[in-house]
Design a protein around this ligand. Structure first.
Ligand code: A3P
Length: 886
């Protein structure tokens, strides 16, 4: 029977199955017809269900009704709505610049875990303000360094502690504050007892505690307001009843914020809740807060206070760049996409936002595959978006919604090319230089094929991700540059693909409104000079929550701050970002296995087992090659594959190789499935003294053990010099050892460079301390290089124990002293050994006496510090160190 007849046969069999026989009764035919009708009805019901929801709820999308100084959704009203912008008036102090260039903030906290202390730290981190926290003890921390002040402002989490300081510390701190023109912020503590009109020790202030307050507003006429604008009255009760209020007894004190008691049994008079002491009485300006930083307005005033009290040396810029991406513009299931009405609303909202934020434009990321995949009215919406192509900015998302880390470079290129063709066919611009990846996959942790394909197909120069260095906490998200693609930190605004109806907002509408009116979203604009937000197609259909959210938050920002908002395209945004934060350009590669989310967007075939478990970090010329060779003899240990450029060393963490990324690094180690050795390691002897190296190693290999070898620093310097001569280094051949080590800072550059390489690694204590800032001492093993030379079996046995390596390898049988070489070598036969090459254990004349003396003196302070450090860490003091110190 031909194939075309098959459907008919199937139908025939099905009817026979239901009906039973060829001679079917008419009843059975009716039954069959009813069955088919029911199926059709079920299908139609399923199809039309989301539409009915849509048409029901779409009648009432929320509107942004917030009016500054009016009775809007933000519950703000009052006479101060027209408050004017106050640049800080110069306080009555001399801004002599005796502070260090980038002063920190000194924070005195009650304990390491106290709530306000943490809030203070979080705000400082979010605003990239350097700080030091100190739990107040008997003595104060050092306030100056080489007679320059370290701190631009001092904060007391509990102002009582300042008032209770013992006279000696109080005098010391006050003197610092006066001499360096630095002011203080103090928070009033929550008290058990209620006090009414208690005098504050030494200040012209009376306090009332345990107050319940309502209707907070700002005094628009005060010199503190810079970022903060007096936006009106916040109607209703604020926080809890823990407020302290101040009665001012001196005209040089100015109220900043005030409120009314909410319990009428106290008084109906307005109470001062934040006050400014201009410092005219004792030379120390102070800002005192009657409640902590839980109240959003206090967070703004706090930033203003720091800037004011430090005379602007803790800067507070007012420019804010903000860009809203609509990712996946055609990606959403039927029923929650955009209709033509939604598109009109989007255009209208964009126009209103443009009036408030110069340059505002929504940035649309498209996935062409999903174009026209909705109901007819939604497909009309898609078409209308393309009719208005010129009203928006556009960027190519992925063709499908696949995660890049699951694709090869070829697959990625095909996907991107399809999307590009779609763009060209629909007159969508393709030159924005921006793109993003679904679920941030491939951006960080870096999937190199994505970067390659992006560059090749779209010439991408900017992307954004919320994953660097981690999703949480959001305030720590930062940018970086990889392979000339600028990655911006991506912020969320509380809207996700599934948050489409205000009534169903997780936790209720109040959660979203609180975030807008002073909460998380509002603060993210205040704290981040450059913000790029992520939203989705579904947030613009349905209840159009994104329009509501952004219009509301922009109004709120304009009401309560003097921030100058503007929008620029992604490329300009990224340039601004790295111009402002140049230190962030350098990435710090983290360990993907330490972050559950990173593991989900890391290619399946990758594994952290392909990363080393320990590193031999140097320094050079202390026996590191011997150690490397001896380690590699162990059956359970495997060294990295050699590098064509740097031979046995990978030199990843210290130089340009680091920018090649961790995929590059991992290629130096076998895939775990292909190797039985459990302990991978690498030796790069220049890691030891590299400034950035400990931080980088800690980020990628937090559990790694580190092995350091040290010999007399003078001997090391001399060995290095001869190493350079043996490699025909021009400068080493031209200048004597004496000339090199005694070269001054005016000597030719090449000589200075050689001098530094000779001398700097031998400042052992300084470098070890730096490693100890990032690793616990239990992860570091310091080997006496002289002992490695004279008794390698002992050293290797000890090292095996430190590394916890099984099975134990008996080096006695595998190392033998070779008289000809003058060193221990690997046993390769009964009478045969394999020694290190000619470059190790070189023969050269001994150092002359004057150089020995010079170096002994040069290294003395470093050697004293080393001796102390080794003793502290429980190591025996090597005999060469004792000699050097004689
Ligand atoms: P010299 O060549 O100046 O004698 P590195 O491998 O870190 O560059 O260190 C080289 C130094 O290792 C050599 O310096 C040598 O003194 C020392 N060394 C220690 N044990 C050795 C061994 N078994 N074979 C060769 N050199 C060894």
């Amino acid at each position: 029977m031909p194939l075309v007849c098959r459907p008919w046969r199937l139908w025939h069999r099905a009817t026979r199955f239901i009906i039973g026989s060829r001679k079917a009764s008419w009843r059975r035919y009716i039954l069959l017809a009813a069955f088919v009708v029911i199926l059709i009805i079920i299908y139609l019901l399923i199809e039309s269900y989301p539409r009915s929801i849509m048409s029901l709820v779409r009648n009432h999308p929320p509107e942004s009704v917030f009016r500054c100084g009016g009775d809007g959704g933000g519950k703000v009203r009052g006479p101060t709505g027209n408050a004017t912008f106050h640049p800080h008036l110069p306080p009555p102090r001399s801004p002599e610049n005796k502070l260090r260039d980038d002063p920190k903030v000194l924070v005195f906290t009650e304990t390491q875990y106290s709530k306000t202390g943490k809030d203070i730290a979080n705000i400082l981190v979010a605003n990239r303000i350097n700080y030091k926290t100190e739990v107040l003890g008997r003595s104060l921390p050092g306030l100056t360094n080489l007679s320059r002040g370290k701190y631009g402002a001092v904060i007391f989490e509990n102002f009582d502690r300042y008032l209770q300081l013992d006279p000696w510390n109080r005098e010391l701190l006050d003197k610092y504050l006066k001499d360096y023109s630095v002011g203080m912020v103090g928070f009033m503590p929550v008290r058990e007892d209620t006090r009414v009109g208690t005098k504050m020790k030494g200040l012209p202030l009376y306090i009332h505690t345990n107050m319940a307050l309502k209707n907070v507003s700002l005094n628009s006429d005060n010199p503190l307001l810079h970022l903060t604008r007096a936006g009106g009255t916040i109607v209703g009760p604020v926080l809890n009843s823990d407020w302290t209020t101040f009665t001012i007894e001196d005209p040089t004190y100015i109220p900043i914020e005030w409120a009314y008691p909410s319990l009428t049994d106290f008084s109906e008079e307005r109470q001062n809740t934040v006050v400014l002491d201009q410092g005219q009485l004792d030379g120390i300006p102070r800002v005192l807060f009657g409640a902590n930083l839980e109240f959003w307005l206090h967070r703004l005033l706090f930033l203003d206070a720091l800037s004011y009290l430090s005379l602007g040396r803790i800067p507070l810029a007012l420019d804010r760049y903000i860009l809203v991406d609509i990712d996946d513009i055609f990606v959403a299931r039927k029923g929650i996409r955009m209709t033509t009405d939604d598109v009109m609303a989007l255009l209208e909202s964009q126009r209103r936002l443009q009036e408030m934020v110069p340059g505002w434009r929504f940035n649309l990321g498209f996935s062409g595959k999903y174009y026209q995949r909705g109901y007819p009215e939604e497909n009309d919406g898609d078409k209308m978006l393309l009719d208005h192509v010129e009203d928006f900015w556009w960027f190519g998302h992925m063709w499908g919604h696949t995660q890049p880390h699951e694709l090869t470079q070829d697959e990625l290129e095909i996907q991107m090319q399809l999307n590009k063709e779609f763009a060209i066919n629909h007159d969508i611009p393709t030159d924005s230089g921006y793109s993003i990846a679904p679920h941030h996959s491939g951006v960080y942790p870096v999937h190199e094929p994505l970067y390659t394909a992006w560059k090749k197909v779209w010439n991408v120069r900017v992307t954004s991700s919320e994953e660097y260095p981690h999703l949480y906490p959001a305030r720590l998200r930062r940018g970086f540059i990889h392979r000339n693609i600028m990655v911006l930190p991506r912020l969320t605004c509380g809207l996700f693909t599934h948050t489409v109806f205000i009534d169903k907002y997780p936790g209720g509408r109040k959660v979203l409104d609180d975030s807008i009116h002073g909460g998380e979203l509002f603060q993210s604009i205040v704290y981040n000079p450059i913000s790029i937000y992520m939203t989705h197609l579904s947030n613009y259909g349905n209840d159009r929550l994104a329009l509501y959210t952004f219009e509301s938050v922009v109004k709120f920002v304009k009401c309560w701050t003097n921030l100058k908002l503007q929008t620029v395209p992604p490329l300009q945004l990224a340039e601004q970002y790295f111009h402002r934060f140049p230190d962030e350009a350098d990435p710090i590669w983290g360990n993907p296995c330490a972050d559950h989310r990173h593991m989900q967007i890391w290619a399946k075939e990758k594994s952290c087992d392909q990363l080393p478990k320990f590193l031999v970090i140097g320094p050079q010329k202390t026996g590191t090659t011997a150690l490397y060779t001896f380690l590699a003899m162990h059956p359970a240990i495997l060294a990295n594959y050699p590098s064509p450029e740097t031979f046995e060393e990978v030199q990843f963490f210290n130089g340009k190789n680091y920018y090649k990324g961790i995929d590059w690094y991992m290629k130096f180690f076998p895939v775990p499935a292909n190797s039985s050795a459990k302990f991978l390691f690498e030796k790069s002897a220049t890691y030891f003294e590299g400034d950035v190296v400990p931080r980088r190693v800690r980020a990628l290999l937090p559990a790694a053990k580190l092995v350091i070898t040290i010999i007399s620093p003078s001997k090391r310097a001399y060995s290095w010099y001869h190493h350079m001569r043996a490699h025909s280094d021009h400068t080493a051949l031209l200048y004597s050892f004496h000339q090199v080590i005694t070269a001054s800072d005016t000597a030719p550059r090449a000589v200075r460079s050689l001098r530094n390489k000779c001398l700097v690694p031998g400042m052992y204590a300084r470098h070890i301390e730096r490693w100890l800032n990032h690793f616990p001492s239990s992860q570091i093993n310091i080997i006496d290089g002289e002992e490695l030379r004279s008794d390698p079996v002992y050293v290797m046995n000890d090292l095996q124990r430190f590394l916890g390596i099984q099975p134990f390898y008996n080096y006695t049988e595998h190392l033998r002293f070779d008289k000809r070489k003058g060193f221990f070598c690997q046993v390769v036969g009964e009478d045969r050994t394999k020694c290190l090459g000619r470059g190790k254990g070189r023969i050269y004349p001994s150092m002359n006496e004057s150089d020995v003396k010079y170096l002994k003196e040069f290294y003395q302070p470093y050697n004293i510090a080393l001796e102390k450090l080794l003793t502290k860490l429980d190591y025996p003091v090597p005999s060469w160190l004792e000699e050097d110190l004689q």
